[in-house]
Design a protein. Structure first.
Length: 80
């Protein structure tokens, strides 16, 4: 939902929760975005492999552009 990580920390502190509770709540909340983006990046890497012939500089540039685009869209949608 685009909730900043620090909000989870503040909420857990306000509710007097311990660190384990914070980790159990916050890791899944953040993890979905990272898993989704990693799966997409892996898919893109597999799709471009025949054209890049597994040349690392080219693949790194393409994947870096993917990450930049992904986070540009993310922050455009959810804001800072």
């Amino acid at each position: 939902m685009g909730i900043p990580y620090k909000i989870y920390a503040v909420e857990c502190g306000a509710r007097r929760s311990n660190e384990l509770t914070f980790l159990l709540v916050s890791i899944p909340a953040r993890g979905m975005r990272f898993v989704l983006s990693a799966v997409l990046a892996n898919g893109i890497a597999r799709l471009i492999a025949p054209w890049t012939r597994r040349r690392a500089p080219i693949e790194t540039t393409i994947l870096a552009l993917f990450w930049i685009g992904f986070y540009a869209l993310y922050f455009a949608h959810f804001g800072w």
